[in-house]
Write a protein that binds this ligand. Sequence first.
Ligand SMILES: NC(=O)C1=CN([C@@H]2O[C@H](COP(=O)(O)OP(=O)(O)OC[C@H]3O[C@@H](n4cnc5c(N)ncnc54)[C@H](OP(=O)(O)O)[C@@H]3O)[C@@H](O)[C@H]2O)C=CC1
Ligand SMILES: O=C(CO)COP(=O)(O)O
Length: 314
Amino acid sequence: MSVAVIGAGAFGTALAVNLAGRGQVTLWGRDTGWARGRENPRLPGIRLPAGMQVTNRIDMIQAETLLLALPAQVLGGFLAKHGARLGGRRLVNCAKGIDLATLTGPSALIARACPLATVAVLTGPSFAADIARGLPTALTLACADAAAAEALQRDLSTATLRLYRTTDVTGAELGGALKNIIAIAAGAAIGAGYGDSARASIVTRGFAEMGRLATALGARPETLNGLSGLGDLVLTCTSEQSRNFRYGLALGAGRPFAQGTTVEGAATARAVSALARQKAIEMPISDLVAGLAEGRIAMKQALDILLNRPLKEE
Ligand SMILES: NC(=O)C1=CN([C@@H]2O[C@H](COP(=O)(O)OP(=O)(O)OC[C@H]3O[C@@H](n4cnc5c(N)ncnc54)[C@H](OP(=O)(O)O)[C@@H]3O)[C@@H](O)[C@H]2O)C=CC1
Ligand SMILES: O=C(CO)COP(=O)(O)O
């Protein structure tokens, strides 16, 4: 089986390094100057295995299985430029977000741009550095075609990467996208000094909110209880390795945050607010994260809004 990873950021590089233990892997990035030193500055401390090919030429990619590890908001532009070259292969989305321009998930963007492709999603609790170091990790592989899901599960599992499969692509993809929003809110609560009890409330009510939107969009509720939903929510709301959580910490503390860091939850919150309005679903935490990220509301105001919502059944 031949694999290529599209997107030489932290996650794409980590997946390529881990999968290289199984066979030939090619890594594609738009700028591959760093590869001469065999260490990606986006994933410090990890050396590329000898023999791994790194290229910025998409026409060099012959692999039958492509893992797309680009940020959700740049995927549409990438597909518009290169999608025609990718059709007919197995295309596995690894991005965790909702495209703001179309309000759809990455796998729908891929399916639209590459109608002949077998589209799948790889998602779940996993920091790039952990995967690259070969620390034990369990992820969800989702594909609507059950036979293709089984084949991909087999082909992409490694000694340290254990994949569980599902045919619920919508649920798996939304779990990964929505947890980033809640991680920002959890970080903001901690950053503002509201404490661990407040964080626990946000995680729990955030999880309820994730389930409401995901099921309205066609997800199976049990998928949200799995690695791609609850699993990743727990990871990102409790670890400072998470960029979304760290961004929330900065928002809550009123500190600036490093420009250029990939924080998927900020744009996803805006997309979710728009989707929730369309579907008439209450998503109070996502609405507040969208407002905080856009600078429309302040932290104290966000807290007041949450605490003053009408009392209701759990
Ligand atoms: N990091 C992690 O632990 C995990 C990340 N993910 C998901 O993986 C996705 C990618 O994140 P991650 O790798 O961490 O992000 P990074 O910030 O590490 O890297 C982003 C990559 O995208 C590239 N890029 C940006 N714009 C474009 C473009 N227009 N065309 C082509 N390439 C572009 C950047 O290229 P350049 O270097 O040239 O700027 C860079 O290689 C996200 O959806 C994230 O949620 C999922 C699980 C874990
Ligand atoms: O998705 C992730 C872990 O599963 C990575 O989270 P961050 O993008 O917040 O760093």
